[in-house]
Design a protein around this ligand. Structure first.
Ligand SMILES: NC(=O)c1ccc[n+]([C@@H]2O[C@H](COP(=O)([O-])OP(=O)(O)OC[C@H]3O[C@@H](n4cnc5c(N)ncnc54)[C@H](O)[C@@H]3O)[C@@H](O)[C@H]2O)c1
Ligand SMILES: O=C(O)CC[C@@H](O)C(=O)O
Length: 399
């Protein structure tokens, strides 16, 4: 079985993959355009930020699993993977501390203008007067949009700085916020209005694309700051550029529209050129600690898949299948028994959605849960029951 690792990945962990009996191909520099050809004969594909387009799933007939060695799966055509029955998994939480550390670093950098201090000194200029205008962070409000793995780490660190934390997130309740020592905003607009710094930690999805709209940006206090270590596409980039140019907002961003997927490339960004914008090079996850944790988690996923067929952290298995009823069939563990049961279900024109067969010690008996698209008529259950030399017990209940 071949695994293609199509981005940077630690050598030791490549050896771990090989030790699982896999044929490992490491092509960190393969371009997104060449990925469909490169992955054509791979069973497992590992990527970081490289785009995995529908073409990859069209061409790679053997592909069964794509692992995002990171958190955000927006660079993978998950819908195309689902149509071809390919698992997509990620490594949630493994780089959250690294991203939170960067986000907090950017919050402090914005307040004290640390990059400008450094640049002025490098240019031979002493400007204590200009750089003595920081407001300070203690007692000020940090808005957190998306209180998941990263948002929580950011909130913890902001509380340690004595900041007030106001979070907006899909499933956050007032009680949940209280338990964390923070406050809950009812919507993004309210969070934006009340924050001195708004830090984004949402995934990029159909619902969140452009969620930081012109209206949200305009709701922010004059001279407030936006910190984006999530994805550029969350934010209306044209409005952002306009408001920063007008001196209404300050920005620190680790992510850019159209940023290169490669480690080194020419890159021009109007936003990054502005004096009120501090840009970093999508390095949120790029600490040795985080990369080690991500790589180990990737190996864990591959190992589980190779050994048991299970896929930890799978993001595209249906949460609810169209199944409406479950048959439980206890049967003798013999050749053809399940095929006969499934044949009877097929003859009734009923679709089987999921099957889980469990074998008991000594491999004499098994219990099979068969989830089906509609409740089978009693006569069908009777037909299965009547196969007494194969079947011990049959029951059916609605889902
Ligand atoms: N800069 C980097 O290097 C870097 C590294 C890791 C992650 N990221 C980005 O950060 C994102 C967040 O990562 P995470 O690990 O915290 O993910 P996560 O899934 O743990 O957290 C996301 C949070 O957003 C909330 N959310 C999702 N959709 C929402 C919606 N429509 N409205 C309101 N809330 C919503 C979720 O409930 C969850 O609490 C990733 O998806 C990725 O894009 C960037
Ligand atoms: O791999 C990277 O460097 C970026 C990862 C980050 O964007 C993520 O979503 O985990």
């Amino acid at each position: 079985m071949k695994i293609l690792v199509a981005d940077a990945f630690p050598k030791d962990r490549l050896s771990d993959l090989a030790a699982l009996g896999l044929e490992v191909e490491h092509r960190a520099d393969v371009s997104a355009g060449d990925l469909p050809a490169a992955a054509a004969d791979a069973s497992i594909l590992v990527v970081r930020s490289k785009e995995v387009s529908a073409d990859v799933f069209d061409r790679a007939a053997a592909l069964s699993l794509v692992i995002r060695a990171g958190a955000g799966v927006n660079t993978i055509d998950v819908a195309a993977a689902s149509q071809k029955g390919v698992y997509v998994a990620n490594c949630p939480g493994q780089n959250s501390i690294a991203v939170a550390e960067l986000a907090i670093g950017l919050v402090i950098a914005l307040d004290r203008r640390i990059p400008d201090n450094v640049a002025a000194l490098r240019a031979g200029r002493w400007d204590k007067k200009r750089f003595s205008e920081a407001a300070g962070l203690y007692g000020r409000t940090l808005g957190v949009a998306g209180l998941g793995a990263i948002g929580r780490e950011v909130a913890t660190r902001a509380l340690a700085l004595g900041m007030r934390v106001l979070a907006w997130s899909r499933s956050l309740t007032a009680e949940g916020a209280k338990a964390l020592g923070i406050e809950r905003a009812p919507d993004l607009l309210s969070a934006a209005r009340a924050s001195d710094v708004l830090s984004l930690h949402l995934p990029l999805s159909r619902e969140t694309r452009g969620v930081v709209s012109r209206e949200v940006l305009l709701a922010m206090k004059p001279n407030a700051a936006l910190v984006n270590t999530a994805r550029a596409e969350l934010v209306d980039q044209a409005a952002l550029l306009e408001l920063v140019r007008a001196g209404r907002l300050r920005v620190a961003t680790d992510v850019f529209a159209g940023e290169p997927a490669k480690g080194q490339a020419e890159f021009q960004s109007e936003l990054a050129q502005l004096p009120d914008v501090y840009g970093t090079h999508h390095i949120g996850a790029s600490t040795a600690q985080a990369q080690d944790a991500i790589a180990r988690e990737t190996v864990r996923i591959v190992e589980a898949f190779v050994r048991s067929g299970e896929v930890p952290n799978c993001v595209n298995v249906a949460r609810k299948t169209p199944a409406r009823a479950r048959l439980v069939v206890r049967h003798f563990d013999r050749v053809g028994v399940l095929a006969n049961v499934l044949g009877i279900i097929r003859e009734a024109g009923i679709n089987v959605e999921e099957v889980r067969n469990t074998i008991f010690e000594q491999a004499q008996a098994a219990s099979c849960a068969i989830d089906v698209g509609e409740r089978p008529p009693d006569a069908l259950l009777e037909r299965i029951r009547s196969r007494r030399d194969e079947v011990m017990f049959v029951d059916c209940f609605d889902l």
